[in-house]
Design a protein. Structure first.
Length: 381
């Protein structure tokens, strides 16, 4: 039985920074929270040395990392490599994300995630299938040749995961509420993205079971005076979840600030949309036959089209504070508590509380990650 106490720094708990407390870990879970002075004398102690202990970050959109793109290598080894690259930035839970591809690749990716979870690869929570059921008019960097309509074959391909969560990003106007309802009934978390849907089309999708919006503002119909579009529907609905890429380039900070003023903060979550360059010294890679290069902190093709990001979750948390004026607990909630709830994992992850998994990060004074733990096991130091 593994038992130890973490102490010696503030704790992000209950939406605030709490000092003078210790977190007791037992067999991969948080057993108790108590005053530092109450920690049993014979219990091993881990000193934070002034760092801040926070729930581990959960990233619902990770295309790659460590030089690996999930589409190019939908395997257990690739998932492990991607997870290892992101752990140094505080990501203790993630969804390997497939960009629009052939259904055979989708099925291969689903099998790989199932196998990775069964094998105990640290941090894997499921799969995010971003396409190919998108609107070609809002394709962004997605290959238009891969974009298809959602039919029964597609539905069968994306509902095959046996372990973990399945998140699917689709364009609601390219399918119908009945199909969305079938996905929701199968346990799939459905999000709108790469969509040119009208407000009415998005509302119908929400009524059918859609609960999220992938990278709000990017690759979706905007809010205008007489047509609220996908953005307007996302901000008007009090319950839907919105992913935000906070790198200062995908969306202007003022625009993000307007979104935060329009809707309660606990329905926003930070995502990276990370590409293979994250955690890698190599800052260029191939995507659908195109050369993608990191320039000024963002991934672009030769035409300057955005192609995912070079963002990691630790930087996203720092940016949320610096660009959006959020406190550290507010930014951490968007990186941990909120995505856990979106993925329906809040009973096990996303907060520091007794009974939850000991997925934790130690945040240094400069916002970098000093240490991380997955189920109480050191994942990065």
């Amino acid at each position: 039985m593994s038992r130890f106490a973490i102490l010696g720094g503030a704790i992000v708990r209950g939406g605030a920074l709490v000092s003078g407390e210790a977190v007791l870990i037992e067999d991969g879970r948080i057993a108790a929270i108590m005053p530092d002075s109450a920690v049993p004398g014979d219990l091993p102690r881990h000193d934070l040395c002034g760092a801040t202990l926070a729930p581990g970050f959960i990233d619902a959109q990770v295309n790659g990392g460590g030089g690996v793109l999930f589409n190019d290598s939908p395997t257990v080894d690739a998932i492990a490599a991607i997870g290892a690259a992101h752990r140094r930035y505080g990501t203790t839970g993630f969804l390997p994300t497939l960009i629009s591809d052939d259904l055979a690749v989708v099925r291969e990716g689903v099998r790989a995630v199932d196998a990775a979870i069964a094998a105990g690869v640290p941090g894997v929570l499921g799969i995010h299938i971003e396409g190919p059921f998108l609107n070609v008019d809002r394709k962004g960097i997605h290959d238009p040749a891969k974009i298809i309509a959602l039919d029964d074959a597609g539905l069968a391909s994306i509902t095959g995961l046996k372990h973990g969560r399945t998140l699917v990003t689709l364009a609601p106007e390219r399918t119908n509420p009945t199909m969305i309802a079938r996905l929701a009934a199968a346990g799939v978390i459905v999000a709108a993205g790469h969509t040119d849907a009208s407000y009415a089309e998005i509302r119908a999708a929400i009524d059918a079971g859609l609960t999220g919006f992938t990278h709000l503002f990017n690759a979706m119909s905007p809010l205008t005076s007489r047509e609220p579009g996908a953005v307007g529907a996302a901000l008007a609905d009090p319950d839907c979840w919105c992913g935000l890429i906070v790198d200062g380039r995908h969306v202007h900070p003022a625009t993000l600030g307007i979104a935060l003023a329009a809707k309660r903060h606990d329905r926003f979550m930070l995502v990276t949309d990370a590409m293979p360059s994250v955690g890698s010294a190599e800052k260029s890679f191939q995507l659908n036959g195109q050369r993608i290069t990191v320039k000024d902190g963002v991934c672009v093709n030769v035409d300057g089209t955005l192609a995912g990001s070079d963002l990691d979750m630790a930087q996203a948390v720092r940016n949320a504070q610096a660009l959006l004026g959020l406190s550290l607990p507010e930014a951490v909630a968007m990186a941990s508590t909120n995505p856990a709830r979106f993925l329906r994992l809040e009973a096990a992850r996303g907060a520091i509380a007794p009974g939850l998994r000991a997925d934790l990060v130690a945040i240094a004074a400069d916002g970098s990650i000093a240490e991380s733990w997955i189920a109480g096991v050191a994942a990065f130091a």
